[in-house]
Design a binder for this molecule. Structure first.
Ligand code: MG
Length: 377
């Protein structure tokens, strides 16, 4: 860890050890290549749409719940703090974090499952692959190329999972899935920063919505022990302040645990280069004790929140909206906006999937009403 180059560890991703961009471009003047990637992502259309896409709660259900946009910003905050502490490339971590959910459909996981079902006969739909498709192909911002022409390592970080079948279609980016190689430590950080962010903010949103209670959380060790600490330090504390004091401690404990465990693993692996990272096992991780506490917390959230009947009513409706939109456009591609029609002539199902996946929650509802509501034009 003492060997650093420009403030970064020797095994960090840097401009000079990167595999670069697909289309050659002049180097940026006052920024690093990964700062430029981060900036391109922030200026993209898909990034702005994240504001109106569901994380757990549909955007219009309340103004204070997380959306995919605020979720992505929280992931970037946690990820950057971890990267900086480990002398890794925090600009890369920020870029990947801000882009990691770009490919999500409207209505969260329910929407993705429904679209995947619709696309079963046409190559399937997977949100990680769709995020990559957006930054590689779908964004229309540059004269010289499709997409954002991001650095290899940013694209590698965005493509978190991938089946062997899809990996074979992805060229150099698919190699690591077939050759059993690990992505950069920066990409590994983004995975766990995502997990820390949603586990904690879903407790906050869950409590705020009234779908879960503090009483229930007394059975979840990670929450209960930090809540006990807060009550000991501030015996009079109640309400939102108590919840926030608890959650900030949980985030701190998880990040600290991850830093301790990862520093140990990196030291033991004797990394000297980025190549060593690809060949080593996954090195960014929680301690076994924290992994177990996280497993229990996730199990609680799944049962108590994600499968709460009020959430299921919403996801059930969402699935139907996605299915019906997809079917209507597939049956009659002339219903698509003009810019999708030429594309639909080449690959009808994929054009429909791209159109539906790109919708925000409220646009999907509006489009559904326009197509199906009697008396509405
Ligand atoms: Mg996420």
């Amino acid at each position: 860890m003492s060997d650093v180059l420009n403030g970064l560890a020797l095994y960090a991703v840097r401009d000079d050890n990167s595999r670069g961009r697909r289309a050659d471009e002049p180097r940026p003047k006052a920024r690093s290549e990964f700062q430029r990637d981060r900036d391109r992502i922030i200026h993209s259309t898909a990034f702005r749409r994240l504001e109106y896409k569901t994380q757990v709660f549909v955007n219009h259900e309340g103004d204070l719940f997380r959306t995919r946009l605020t979720h992505s910003i929280e992931v970037a905050q946690i990820g950057r703090a971890i990267a900086r502490a480990l002398n890794l490339n925090d600009d890369l971590v920020e870029a990947v974090s801000l882009a990691h959910d770009l490919g999500h459909t409207p209505f969260g996981h329910a929407g993705q499952d429904a679209l995947n079902e619709c696309m079963r006969e046409h190559g399937g739909f997977e949100h990680n692959l769709q995020s990559l498709r957006i930054v590689d192909q779908l964004e229309e911002r540059y004269g010289a190329f499709d997409g954002l022409n991001l650095m290899y390592e940013t694209r590698e970080g965005i493509l978190k999972h991938c089946s062997a079948k899809n990996a074979r279609l992805l060229g150099d980016l698919g190699e690591r899935f077939l050759g059993n190689q690990r992505p950069s430590l920066e990409a590994q950080i983004c995975n766990l920063a995502d997990e820390i962010a949603y586990n904690n903010h879903d407790i906050d949103d869950g409590l705020r919505s009234g779908l879960i209670t503090l009483d229930q959380l007394e059975d979840v060790s990670l929450f209960a022990r930090h809540a006990a600490e807060v009550r000991k330090e501030y015996p009079q504390i109640t309400g939102r302040r108590m919840v926030h004091e608890t959650i900030r401690r949980m985030i701190d404990t998880q990040v600290t645990d991850l830093l301790t465990e990862t520093t140990r693993a990196i030291t033991e692996a004797r990394l000297e280069s980025l190549g060593d990272v690809h060949a080593a096992p996954v090195l960014v991780s929680f301690s076994p004790a924290m992994q177990e506490e996280n497993r229990l917390l996730k199990g609680f959230l799944r049962e108590a929140l994600y499968r709460h009947y009020q959430v299921l009513r919403m996801t059930n409706k969402a699935r139907r909206i996605i299915r019906e939109l997809f079917t209507a456009f597939l049956d009659e591609p002339r219903l698509l906006p003009p810019q999708y029609q030429a594309y639909a002539a080449e690959d009808k199902a994929r054009a429909v999937a791209d159109y539906v996946a790109g919708m925000t929650d409220r646009y999907a509802m509006k489009e559904h009403r326009r197509l199906f509501a009697v008396g509405e034009i």
